[in-house]
Design a protein around this ligand. Structure first.
Ligand SMILES: [Zn+2]
Ligand SMILES: [Zn+2]
Length: 366
């Protein structure tokens, strides 16, 4: 009902405007002395400015600016990218699980038996403890990072501390909150949308994401170093396959060689790529920034520098304090129980209220 009346109103408005335009086109009768040329050009200018006004009045919006227009123009591209990322998220998560499982199976089948048979007892114990600790940490943090919600602003409460209104959700946006176009919702302290987790990284799963990256990198470095000797042996064995006559190898031996080469290449490549990403996040966390804030703060720093001012990040509480806040370390023993062991403790704060004036050197009283 409301829709039809709105359409009717729009139609009558358009007709009224068209009618007015026609009236302006019609030459007025009488009282037009002198030459017709200046009258024609004046009339033409009047018509031109009226047409411009007419066009602008049809799509006028107080929020329209060049960014909105650009967003509208690229909307189909964003739509395709968002949907592809959303669907590829499932494929990426499956890939992570399959590749990690394949690495663990290869270690159990081919690397561990060599360690057990050839290494002295203290090295065997070290490998068993270190390898299994890393495996538990990787599995725990990956599971938690993918299944924990990053946190969203409450939709039922209107009076929450906010800095703006989200144009897409039409809800108040607390500080550090950003809209994720892939999840199609606002995310508290949004870092980025991770396709490898098929989840957004935000306030409630930031620690799980970082710990996963860290332990996965350490795990890959551990696998790469542990299997290095076996890799060199397997590589020279595979090279000898092409000799004439080829060496007599059993199926188990050739499978072992191929699997170990796959293991070493995969873990070394992931260690380099994920190590770089982890290092980047180490820098961001030390600065008290998220990935989104890095871009915003860089822009703000440049803008204020031009005005002769210095930008200060209100969420930077000192390098060590930033780490304690992220990891939830409140006393010395937490470094062991909450960082080096699997822990499901909640992060500091609710992700809505942020302490901007927090500037003490050691807030955790350790
Ligand atoms: Zn939103
Ligand atoms: Zn997202």
């Amino acid at each position: 009902m409301r829709m039809s009346s709105s359409w009717r109103w729009q139609l009558s408005r358009a007709m009224r405007l068209a009618l007015r335009w026609c009236r302006l086109c019609r030459p007025q009768r009488g009282g037009r002395g002198g030459g017709t040329k200046p009258w024609v050009s004046g009339r033409f200018l009047e018509l031109w400015s009226y047409s411009k006004l007419l066009l602008k009045s049809l799509y006028f919006n107080s929020l329209s600016n060049s960014d909105t227009l650009l967003d509208c123009a690229f909307e189909p591209v964003y739509w395709i990218v968002d949907n592809v990322t959303r669907w590829f998220g499932v494929v990426f998560v499956t890939l992570v699980i399959l590749l990690t499982t394949s690495v663990v199976v290869i270690i159990y089948l081919f690397v561990l038996p060599t360690i057990l048979s050839a290494y002295p007892l203290h090295w065997v114990v070290w490998h068993l403890c270190c390898g299994h600790w890393l495996l538990v940490m990787v599995v725990f943090h990956y599971y938690k990072a993918t299944t924990t919600s990053p946190g969203h602003p409450p939709k039922d409460k209107v009076h929450i501390p906010s800095v703006s209104i989200c144009k897409k959700c039409i809800t108040p946006k607390p500080a550090r909150t950003h809209h994720c176009s892939i999840c199609n919702t606002c995310v508290l302290k949004m870092d980025h949308h991770c396709p490898w987790l098929n989840n957004c990284v935000g306030h409630f799963n930031h620690r799980y994401f970082f710990s996963f990256c860290l332990y996965m990198t350490l795990g890959c470095i551990y696998c790469s170093i542990s299997s290095r000797e076996l890799f060199l042996e397997a590589y020279s064995a595979i090279e000898s396959y092409y000799m004439t006559p080829p060496p007599m190898e059993t199926l188990r031996e050739t499978t072992a060689h191929k699997c170990i080469i796959f293991l070493w290449v995969l873990t070394s490549s992931v260690a380099v790529a994920l190590g770089g990403l982890t290092l980047w996040h180490v820098i961001l966390i030390s600065r008290g920034e998220t990935s989104v804030e890095r871009h915003i703060n860089r822009k703000e720093t440049r803008r204020l520098r031009e005005k002769g001012k210095v930008f200060r990040n209100p969420y930077h509480h000192g390098n060590m304090n930033n780490w304690k806040l992220l990891l939830g370390v409140e006393k010395r023993s937490h470094w062991f129980t909450r960082v080096l062991l699997p822990s499901s403790h909640l992060p500091n704060g609710d992700g809505i209220m942020w302490d901007w004036t927090f500037s003490r050197r050691d807030p955790m009283a350790i």
